[in-house]
Write a protein that binds this ligand. Structure first.
Ligand SMILES: [Zn+2]
Length: 157
């Protein structure tokens, strides 16, 4: 009867992929923990051989290279959690070499969309300094999230 509670690592990866909105060709390749530091890393990769869309025009482009990138995500079980990957850059025939967009974060952001949404929620209730302290992120980073959200809101109007 307890078999329902036994969770394999592959189920954990699938569940985290689902929660992050990660779909093929992106996939969660591993989840690792550093218990003393109370840190967790969600490792994401993408299936090689897939063409990825240029972030400017969306046309399928071939891979150019990869750059290491990480995004702060909501804490898992109180552990400071990062999404990490070698993020592909594509060579678009029209726009040249561009970093691809990822489904879990805004371009240029070092935080996942879920993390930014929680910061914005907290900013309705507390000052930038208080949110910075609570989320363990610098004042400037919180301010940056706020500025980008305001700009996105203006762009949508
Ligand atoms: Zn393009």
């Amino acid at each position: 009867m307890f078999s329902n509670f036994i969770n394999t690592i592959s189920q954990l990866k699938n569940n985290i992929a689902y929660l992050l909105g990660i779909r093929a060709p992106w996939e969660v390749s591993d989840v690792t923990f550093a218990h003393e530091e109370r840190e967790a890393w969600i490792h994401v990769s993408y299936e090689d051989g897939h063409q990825l869309p240029c972030p400017e025009c969306g046309s399928p482009s071939s891979g150019y290279d990869h750059r290491p990138r990480q995004w702060r995500h909501l804490d898992l079980c109180g552990y400071r959690t990062m999404v990490v990957m070698l993020l592909p850059r594509v060579a678009c025939s029209e726009h040249g070499v561009r970093t691809v967009s990822v489904p879990w974060a805004e371009p240029m952001s070092r935080f996942t969309a879920e993390f930014e949404a929680l910061v914005i929620d907290w900013l309705q209730e507390a000052s930038i300094s208080a949110v910075s302290r609570l989320m363990k992120v610098s004042w400037n980073a919180i301010d940056g999230i706020m500025q980008r959200t305001v700009q996105r809101g203006l762009a949508r109007r």
